[in-house]
Design a protein around this ligand. Sequence first.
Ligand SMILES: Nc1ncnc2c1ncn2[C@@H]1O[C@H](COP(=O)(O)OP(=O)(O)OP(=O)(O)O)[C@@H](O)[C@H]1O
Ligand SMILES: [Mg+2]
Length: 186
Amino acid sequence: MSSEIKQQLRMQYLKILKNIDSKQKEQWDGSILQQFINSKYFHEANTIALYFSLPYEVETTKIIKILLENKKKVALPRMTEQNLVFYYINSLDELVVDNQWEIHQPKDTNQVVETKDLDLIILPLLGFNKKNYRLGHGRGYYDRFLSTPNFKALKLALAYKIQEIQLDVFFVDNWDVTFDALITNS
Ligand SMILES: Nc1ncnc2c1ncn2[C@@H]1O[C@H](COP(=O)(O)OP(=O)(O)OP(=O)(O)O)[C@@H](O)[C@H]1O
Ligand SMILES: [Mg+2]
């Protein structure tokens, strides 16, 4: 079983993320944001799902603002017991913090997104490897969502270079879903 290796990696990469100097982080976030805006992923997608970043994750609030300014349809998740449900938002002001992880989420009164309508999803991650596998927070929310039958969006990972896991030991499980594309700080 890889679960112990994964759990160790999570602790290791969470620590790496939390130790990034704030000026450094700002610069890397800016580089990732610019590359995203210049990419075909931004230009070609109309309906985009993404996460609301925690302080140590690749920052997404600026991305959300830019998407909204460009009249893209923006979807953010709410966690249920087992799954993620995505809701359309029109403004960051609509978000609430009503969970133990302090994650900003849309209210469940917002319009629910049909999975088949998503063109692009931007994925959060603690670490990744060369084979496009992602290490998440370990609750399986994204693996479950990405494997729903009518899911067809392009899966884009945003990550800092230092999040690449250089490990010979294969830490992947059969339920892990790969991402399609990656943008890192240059
Ligand atoms: N498609 C699935 N169906 C049922 N259970 C799943 C599925 N995907 C993942 N899980 C469960 O979720 C748990 C966590 O998975 P994993 O360790 O891969 O988390 P993760 O990829 O770090 O988290 P996340 O997907 O939230 O980013 C596993 O114990 C697994 O049993
Ligand atoms: Mg996984």
